[in-house]
Design a protein around this ligand. Structure first.
Ligand code: FAD
Length: 317
């Protein structure tokens, strides 16, 4: 079922979360075990992130370096199928511009459609670590809005090289990313909003936000979206802080601010167990305020670890 239908049918705020595909070489059990406890809160959908290739350099005996492409967490199609099969919920694969040309994107979408995936979250992806800025593939997409248009085309029966007849068009519900504290490459929130609006005008059905720790930023973002004629559902993304190093890692990785009140509490913590408790309590307060404000769904970035999200969901749902 489509995310938008889940939202329309819901009588109260929904609960959902995001998991990472298992690391190469791991089996499915660990991932399934991290999902299992959270099923108590009836998530209608689970997002599955996508991790593109990185490059490493292998040194040969003659001293020459060979550049090799490697992926730590390959693939999402099989994982989505396994989740849908085991838990009977919708799996939402993240689909990236980065690392895909248009033909590969089309093939991935055909596979996803074939296994019964109804929703995709379309994203540009970040630059490869060894490259300073995002580089699209040859014959690939430079922005999420372009990728989105390819999905919309397939929904209308227009494949890359031919028209498909006999109702063989796809029917994906399409999500996009939004940034309450603006995307880091964007010169201003207004510019970022302009491109977000472009994604919605091109056919995005809903928005999921980057994590934030200050609800005020989310509320202001929603107000700005509505003032800019963006009327699709906006799902807040939340991440409970669980370790001390996340205080610096999260702002530098995700380009977000931490409120002073949260930092004051975290500075008092003597170890990670105390940090975790502060992080969980903060996320519970954030979640309660968002539910009171009538958000359609609370979406948690679990990083494939259920415990903290379980505690938060238990306090809310
Ligand atoms: P876009 O919407 O394409 O925007 C990228 C930048 O370009 C922005 O600054 C925007 O303002 C600007 N821009 C957009 N259109 C134009 C235009 N036409 N001309 C000029 N500038 C333009 N990354 C992963 O690798 N895997 C994941 O699974 C993943 N999941 C995510 C889930 C969520 C909910 C979020 C919020 C992010 C996720 N990311 C993921 C990270 C995401 O890929 C990065 O934040 C990426 O840098 C931007 O992606 P986007 O889809 O927002 O890009």
């Amino acid at each position: 079922m489509k995310i938008t239908e889940h939202i329309q049918n819901a009588k109260q705020t929904l609960f959902s979360f995001e998991i990472l595909p298992p690391l190469k070489g791991q089996n499915m059990n660990e991932m399934m075990n991290s999902i299992e406890p959270l099923m108590e809160f009836n998530p209608p959908f689970i997002d599955v992130t996508y991790h593109r290739e990185e490059y490493i350099y292998k040194k040969h005996p003659n001293g020459l370096l060979e550049r090799v492409s490697t992926r730590k967490r390959p693939g999402t199609v099989g994982i989505c199928a396994a989740i849908m099969n085991r838990f009977k919920v919708d799996a939402v694969p993240h689909l990236l511009c980065g690392g895909f040309n248009k033909e590969e994107t089309e093939n991935a979408l055909i596979d996803l459609n074939f296994i019964g995936v109804d929703n995709v979250l379309v994203l540009r992806g970040d630059a490869i670590k060894s490259e300073g800025r995002f580089m699209p593939e040859d014959n690939g997409h430079a922005y999420a809005s372009e990728l989105l248009k390819q999905v919309v085309d397939m929904n209308n029966g227009h494949y890359l090289h031919e028209e498909v007849e006999n109702n063989n068009s796809t029917n994906f519900c399409i999500g996009v990313a939004g940034y309450p504290e603006k995307h880091f490459e964007s010169p201003s929130l207004r510019t970022d909003m302009k491109y977000l609006k472009e994604k919605v005008k091109a056919g995005a059905d809903y928005i999921v936000t980057q994590m934030f720790f200050d609800n005020q930023k989310f509320f202001e973002f929603v107000d700005k979206c509505r003032a800019n004629d963006i009327h699709v559902p906006i799902i807040p993304g939340l991440k409970p802080i669980t370790t001390l190093n996340q205080i610096t890692m999260l702002p530098s990785t995700f380009h977000i601010d931490m409120p002073d009140a949260l930092l004051d509490e975290l500075e008092k913590c003597k170890d990670n167990a105390a940090v975790r408790e502060v992080g969980i309590q903060w996320a519970i307060q954030q979640s309660k305020e968002l539910v009171a404000a009538g958000v359609p769904c609370l979406h948690y970035y679990t990083m494939s670890k259920a415990e903290a999200t379980y505690r938060i969901a238990k306090a809310l749902f």
